[in-house]
Design a protein around this ligand. Structure first.
Ligand code: HEC
Ligand code: HEC
Length: 172
């Protein structure tokens, strides 16, 4: 499997989405939304999961660790505030891994022109139901990215998902 496909699967897993049967064979579905869970149980002390992941966590030999503490995050979480159970710990861990990898790719491919993924999404994008579009341009994000920043089709999916989860919901 290619890296981006693996990342896409990790994202689906982290997002707890209900996915088609072929994907379900290689991923586990969670009975809760990990982003909502993070907000409810961790949000009082950590504003955004993405910021926490990018600032404080690193992947070291395939293990997600605290950048300064060196803690193995899988072992750390069950003993930390919010006390996630094993299923929640796995979902949080996968979400953080996806965010650290996503942030790294954004940095490598896009950051020369766009400083931070979160800023780009917050300032320039809105989410309207399942659609994500340019706040000022009205561009469909997926169509726009296909012709932008020299990215291939797999990467378009990857970056659409990365930015979509950071895009604010449209005001009505
Ligand atoms: C009562 C406040 C509080 C709550 C609630 C809380 N945390 Fe934390 N968390 C902290 C503090 C304080 C630190 C250490 C701060 C630092 O490193 O700057 C921390 C550190 C972390 C770290 C970095 C660990 C490391 O070794 O570097 C992770 C990951 C983390 N928290 C995840 C979570 C998750 C996931 C939840 C919810 C299940 C959660 N936290 C809930 C206060 C909280
Ligand atoms: C060489 C510089 C450059 C690189 C590299 C680049 N961009 Fe852009 N990007 C721009 C410029 C300039 C604009 C605004 C003008 C435009 O619409 O093309 C823009 C606009 C955008 C927008 C806003 C679209 C809208 O409709 O408002 C998004 C989203 C975006 N870029 C994502 C990305 C992503 C994701 C990457 C990395 C895969 C990337 N860009 C790489 C220069 C770049």
């Amino acid at each position: 499997m290619t890296g981006s496909w693996v990342n896409f699967l990790k994202f689906l897993r982290a997002a707890g989405l209900v996915v088609v049967a072929s994907i379900a064979l290689v991923t586990e579905a969670f009975s809760f939304d990990v982003h909502e869970m993070f907000e409810a149980r961790c949000g009082r002390c950590h504003q955004h999961a993405g910021d926490l992941a990018l600032k404080k966590l690193v992947i070291d030999n395939g293990v997600l660790r605290g950048r300064t503490s060196g803690n193995d995050i899988r072992a750390f979480l069950p003993n930390h505030f919010g006390y996630p159970n094993p299923e929640e710990t796995t979902a949080l861990y996968n979400m953080f891994v996806w965010q650290v990898e996503g942030g790294g790719r954004f940095k490598a491919r896009c950051a020369i022109c766009h400083i931070r993924a979160r800023e780009l999404a917050r300032l320039n994008l809105v989410r309207d139901g399942d659609a994500v579009r340019g706040r000022y341009t009205g561009n469909d994000l997926s169509e726009f990215l296909s012709g932008h920043g020299r990215i291939d089709a797999n990467e378009v999916d990857f970056f659409v998902r990365l930015l979509a989860q950071m895009a604010p919901t449209v005001d009505r």
